[in-house]
Design a protein around this ligand. Structure first.
Ligand code: HEC
Ligand SMILES: [Cu+2]
Length: 363
């Protein structure tokens, strides 16, 4: 490619990489996205040059001195077929290429590690499974597929890392995901690319790509001591989920252990896969997924749990592989309450409501 003089080439490469007009290619998808982009630019340029050349050529060939008498030309099947088939072929190439790339971008590898992101006016909050929290920054390991499960706490936002060529809407009330695999160490820009209010332009941050060993060190150094699942376990107990979801045969709610990613039957006979969104919806809006064989007695927790709290609960249920600890917790609370207050129910409820665990929405 050095046919334009090495010095000029160097200058161009430098200019393109440093003049943020063209960000570095730092993810496994980036070179593929760019290849398609350059292909589209190239065929557009060819079209542009061809049309301009024809306009210039014809105005010269058929100028008044050379061609005083206008001749009407009509119908040329060959010509029409040519200008139909060639563009059609080019568009089909762009379509198939784009579709293949689309599937690659939208299908995360199954071994991707999951990090949660909550967008709000005007910041990005990231939560690692180990419980590490970050604001307007995200640390990720090099060469490992990472999936982000994202949700907004207020309005529409859009999560964009130009160097990775990824961008995804972050929507209130719904989990969206995006995945990438970083291929270059370094720090990159993170933007919100959807106008979301006065300080939208400050909803920016940095992505830090670290060697896997450095990433491990970072996660150990910045842990808050409690993983998301552990926070979730606390919430689960304090919100009283364990009363109905204890996993015992007489429980009023279904067993939640190992339910993640299985198919469950709904009361209308259809089947649903229990994914992150299903779990979140079941907590906020139990009637939305009415399960076969159970009475619609689950209360809604709408407005009582923050997005972070919901993430903790979802993460807890995802990792719940036995009901042993739930039953332990229930046994101890039963023993305690029978020792403390023989009068049942109401008092215990009031006590529960008075203490607000992290993740609950403060009144
Ligand atoms: C009063 C009893 C009760 C309480 C309290 C309760 N649930 Fe439920 N839950 C149910 C019942 C019954 C169902 C099944 C019927 C339905 O879908 O509404 C259910 C369904 C669910 C489901 C979907 C079932 C599945 O297999 O995926 C999830 C998830 C869930 N509950 C989570 C929770 C969480 C988290 C809490 C605490 C914040 C909670 N529940 C509190 C009774 C309860
Ligand atoms: Cu925003």
């Amino acid at each position: 490619m050095h046919f334009i003089s090495p010095v000029l080439w160097q200058f161009l490469v430098n200019w393109l990489t440093h003049f943020a007009l063209f960000p570095p290619e730092a993810s496994s998808i980036a070179p593929h996205a760019d290849a398609l982009y350059f292909f589209l630019v190239a065929i557009s340029l060819v079209g542009l040059v061809l049309v301009l050349a024809l306009v210039a050529g014809f105005s010269f060939l058929y100028r008044k001195e050379r061609n005083p008498e206008a001749t009407q030309i009509e119908g040329s099947t060959l010509l029409e077929a040519t200008w139909t088939i060639i563009p059609l072929a080019l568009f089909m190439v762009a379509f198939v290429w784009g579709a293949l790339l689309y599937f690659r971008i939208y299908n995360p590898p199954t071994n991707a590690m999951n990090i949660y992101v909550v967008g709000k006016q005007w910041m990005w909050k990231a939560e690692h499974p180990g419980g590490q929290h970050e604001i307007n920054s995200l640390h990720i390991p090099l060469g490992r597929p990472v999936q982000l499960t994202m949700i907004s706490q207020d309005v529409f936002h859009s999560f964009s890392i130009p160097a990775f060529r990824v961008k995804r809407e972050v929507i209130p009330g719904r989990y969206t995901t995006v995945w990438f695999e970083a291929t270059q160490e370094g720090t990159y820009h993170l933007f919100c690319t959807q106008y979301c209010g006065t300080l939208h332009s400050q909803m920016i941050g940095t992505i830090t790509v670290m060697k896997p060993a450095d990433y491990e060190a970072w996660t150990e150094g910045s842990t808050s001591g409690m993983s998301l699942a552990q926070n979730g376990e606390r919430l689960y107990a304090s919100l009283g989920c364990n009363a109905c979801h204890s996993g015992s045969a007489t429980a009023r709610g279904p067993n939640l252990a190992e339910v993640y990613m299985t198919k469950v039957q709904m009361s209308n006979g259809s089947y649903s896969t229990v994914d992150d969104a299903f779990l979140r919806d079941s907590i906020l809006n139990p009637t939305m997924h009415q399960m076969a064989g159970y009475a619609p007695i689950m209360p809604t927790y709408q407005g009582q749990i923050s997005e972070e709290g919901l993430i903790d609960l979802v993460e807890y249920i995802k990792k719940l592989n036995s009901n042993y600890r739930i039953q332990q917790t229930l046994n101890t609370t039963q023993v305690q309450s029978s020792v403390q207050s023989p009068a049942p129910s109401t008092q215990g409820r009031a006590q529960q409501a008075a203490q607000t665990a992290p993740g609950m929405v403060k009144p």
